[in-house]
Design a protein around this ligand. Structure first.
Ligand SMILES: Cc1ncc(COP(=O)(O)O)c(C=O)c1O
Length: 404
């Protein structure tokens, strides 16, 4: 891990690179501010009422320094593959929750041998496979039944529940699967799992969703004589990429959870949150140098070192990723520097496809070849969801900055 003294982590990184640069290799890096991450995670954790448990959804960013920074703060980790399980069990004994719609028998068996506390059941067939594996091993598997709610609960553009998807068990079938699970000597039903959406920006809507999850869980507890349930509401807290000045109102969510705590205190239920995007998005920036600026068909384009093979999110969501320009005065060629001033620009990457676009027709005051673009909110679903090796360009640097 490279340790740099802080201005902001990103500015210091760029200054050092420019100063030391002698190869002409353009700047291209993910820069993570681990102090920011630690602080942010602490604030999230401290804002939660006592009936909440905070898990980090590893898929958002599984880099080791990220997991190590979060480890002392969170109650555990949500994992969705054997690979993620290995990453977590290699560094902590804290609990894991194992989810995902396509669990392999080997993964289920590995979960039983590691510090996985609960496995999500995503279907009837998966329940049968778990019973079969547990019988062979002579164990009992603690599970949360993943519910695909019958009614829509979100306006988010990515939904896993309340609409037809591959996730969970249709709410209308929950009584049937519950009876089957409760009848098995090899399954302990500990509660329900409801992860339903991605990038929700509306705290009130999220509270309403959580209220629905609690009410449904308590109704099933009552009807089937279960113990006080775990109600896992998943993640889904959003980052406002299109309008960063209006972030998700975490305080509103925290206050609403506090209210739920007082309302449901006597029910002794436990509420699990599995936060990914909201936990790590902001601690990471993707920092890349502008290679070229040009005009085609009357529209301006900047081409950067890197692109969607490093940061796929804006291409996947067909959006402009929030950015700012870090001006670099140095210009190393003996000829004119291309640039635009007070114009709209589309920022494309170095790949040979018109889909390699990170910014679509956004205004810039000044953008020249040799300037550096800083893409915020790149710490979640950034590098990890990107197709790194398309065109075999070198990978970006990965810099983890911590004060000491
Ligand atoms: C089961 C489950 N839990 C939690 C998360 C984390 O969601 P987010 O990053 O939106 O907080 C995901 C993300 O896909 C998930 O599938």
């Amino acid at each position: 891990m490279l340790t740099i003294e802080k201005k902001t982590a990103v500015e210091t990184y760029i200054a050092e690179k420019i100063e030391k640069r002698d190869t002409g290799e353009p700047i291209c890096a993910y820069v993570y501010d681990l102090d920011y991450l630690e602080n942010h995670a602490e604030k999230i954790k401290q804002s939660l009422p006592p009936f909440c448990r905070l898990y980090y959804a590893v898929k958002a960013n599984p880099e080791k320094p990220i997991l190590e920074t979060l480890e002392p703060i969170v109650d555990g980790f949500e994992v969705a593959s054997y690979g993620e399980m290995q990453k977590v069990s290699g560094l902590t004994e804290k609990a894991m929750l194992f989810g995902g719609p396509g669990k392999k028998d080997k993964e289920i068996a590995s979960a039983l041998e590691s510090n996985v506390d609960y496995l999500n059941v995503e279907s009837f067939h998966e329940l049968n496979r778990m019973i079969y594996i547990a019988e062979q091993k002579g164990v009992k598997i603690p599970v949360l039944l993943r519910v695909n709610l019958k009614d829509n609960v979100s306006d988010s553009h990515i939904r896993m529940s309340g609409v037809p998807t591959q996730f969970g068990v249709d709410e209308r079938d929950i009584p049937v699967i519950l009876l089957e699970a409760l009848a098995s000597p090899h399954i302990e039903v500990k509660g329900f799992h409801f992860h339903a959406m991605s990038n929700n920006l509306d705290a009130q809507a999220h509270l309403q969703f959580i209220g629905t999850c609690i009410e449904k869980s308590l109704a099933w507890q009552n009807e089937f004589g279960m113990e006080a349930p775990i109600v896992n509401v998943g993640g889904g807290i959003g980052i406002n990429y299109l309008n960063p000045d209006q972030p998700f109102e975490w305080e509103v969510l925290a206050k609403g959870l506090e209210d739920f705590y007082h309302i449901y205190q006597h029910q002794s239920l436990t509420l699990f949150l599995e936060i990914g995007r909201y936990m790590t998005a902001e601690c990471g920036s993707y920092v890349t140098e502008v290679l070229d600026v040009k005009t085609n068909h009357g529209e301006h384009f900047a081409v950067i070192r890197g692109g969607s093979h490093h940061l796929r999110l804006p291409a996947a969501w067909k959006m402009s990723h929030p950015f700012h320009v870090h001006s670099i005065d140095e210009w190393r060629y003996p000829f004119e520097r291309p640039g635009i001033f007070d114009e709209a620009v589309t920022v494309a990457g170095e790949l040979c496809t018109p889909n390699d676009v990170l910014v679509r027709k956004e205004n810039v005051k000044e953008l020249r070849a040799g300037d550096v673009m800083i893409f915020r909110f790149a710490g979640a679903y950034g590098w990890t969801i990107s197709h790194h090796d398309f065109l075999s360009h070198p990978h970006p640097e990965h810099i983890f900055v911590k004060k000491d």
